[in-house]
Design a protein around this ligand. Structure first.
Ligand code: ZN
Length: 403
């Protein structure tokens, strides 16, 4: 999805869900001024507002939270080209807060203040962005590129995939009619996927568990983040509400409601497997405001968009191997997918509750076919979206330069 489309979507959803009425301060307009040493963003308001700002790095972002404020304009008309602001996103966040996220090209120092009505102007919130980096950096850049046309030593790093076999230990997951256990099936598939990934140059893989033990949901998310995963894939074979339900499905996180009753059921069941995990994830808010800010940052939306793309690619590959229970990527509030910056999907490889599915899922041949399908799906995704420093990105740039 293009950034602009995403922004429109966010603005549209913000307009729909804002729960407060006429008493809210309206953010009516945004204006941009440039000078040599700063960029000034002015928000025209219908009244005074309470606001908070904070910044996040990697990538650099500046977040402005306005309490009791409602956005009635948008930022699409602002000329951001050649400014420190790459893009502006906004959305509704928590109780009556409008969050504006400035995606930056580099770090800035912020000076912000409000102005009362004056000289025909109404209430305003002024945000002055002062460059924190020396100006020479921009001028020097082209020379660096000319000196090393093929790029100085490309890092050619591996794409890191964290594979998460669901359940384990005291939590068997779903149990089939003949006693087949989800935790065993998904461990085998995950291990086969890991083996396949290890054989492929440019990929590295970590398993959340490589044996039969219990891992809390929160810990699974942490493992993905600790390894700086480029992608997180949780493998399951759950029970469906209906015994006749069969085939594979792929899920991504949703910030709002679930896209279907099955998606809601699956998320509740999975999250319920580890209530502690889900609760402690929410408690991050009290412990580390920075981290909570990252988790709830609207950049989550970008991660979800990437997860949906990844999910579609995987679903496409599975279509040739097994029947599909859902033809599109479903979304619901899975705790295990709540990694703010790692595209994450949960794959239901089939249903243990379905006799035909469970019979196939325990066979080595089908497990191998599913693992290969997962591999192809994620390889195709990364071929389209290679991480900048990755071996795959380098390989593609070599191919291009030979043309
Ligand atoms: Zn499961």
């Amino acid at each position: 999805m293009h950034r602009r489309q995403l922004l429109k979507l966010l603005l549209a959803s913000a307009a729909l869900v804002l729960p407060f009425g006429a008493s809210a301060t309206q953010i009516r307009n945004a204006r941009l001024w440039r000078s040599d040493d700063k960029l000034r963003l002015v928000l025209d308001l219908s009244g005074p507002v309470q606001y908070k700002t904070f910044s996040l790095s990697a990538p650099e972002r500046l977040i402005i939270d306005l309490s009791g404020a409602q956005l009635s304009g948008d930022f699409s008309q602002l000329a951001l080209t050649n400014t420190v602001i790459r893009s502006i996103r906004s959305g509704h966040f928590g109780q009556g807060i409008t969050r504006i996220v400035l995606d930056l090209t580099g770090p800035v120092r912020l000076n912000s203040f409000q102005l009362p009505p004056q000289d025909g102007q109404g209430h305003r919130l002024v945000l002055d962005l002062l460059s924190a980096a020396p100006a020479q950096i921009a001028a020097a850049a082209p020379f660096v590129q000319r000196e090393t046309p093929l790029g100085k030593a490309h890092p050619k790093r591996d794409i890191i995939v964290v594979v998460d076999p669901g359940h384990g230990g005291k939590d068997p997951g779903a149990i089939g009619a003949k006693g087949e256990r989800e935790k065993d099936v998904v461990l085998s598939i995950a291990q086969l996927l890991a083996k396949r990934l290890k054989r492929e140059k440019g990929f590295d893989v970590k398993l959340v568990r490589n044996d039969d033990f219990f891992v809390p949901l929160r810990k699974r998310v942490e493992i993905a983040r600790t390894h700086k995963a480029d992608m997180f894939i949780s493998v399951h074979a759950d029970a469906a509400p209906r015994l006749t339900a069969s085939g594979a499905s792929v899920y991504a996180l949703s910030e709002g409601g679930a896209t279907s009753a099955t998606a809601r059921f699956m998320a509740q069941r999975e999250n319920g497997a580890d209530l502690l995990g889900a609760t402690s994830l929410l408690n991050l808010k009290d412990k580390d405001p920075m981290l909570a800010g990252v988790i709830l940052d609207m950049s989550m939306s970008a991660t979800i968009a990437a997860s949906l793309q990844l999910g579609n690619s995987v679903l496409g590959s599975l279509a040739g191997i097994t029947t599909l229970h859902q033809k599109r990527v479903e979304q619901a509030g899975f705790a295990v997918l709540k990694s703010p910056d790692v595209p994450s999907i949960l794959v239901e490889t089939g249903f243990m509750s379905n006799a035909r599915d469970s019979r196939r899922l325990v066979t080595a041949r089908h497990q191998k076919a599913v693992a290969d399908g997962l591999f192809e799906g994620l390889q195709r995704y990364f071929q389209k979206n290679p991480p900048v420093n990755s071996y795959m990105a380098w390989q593609q740039s070599q191919q291009k330069s030979q043309v």
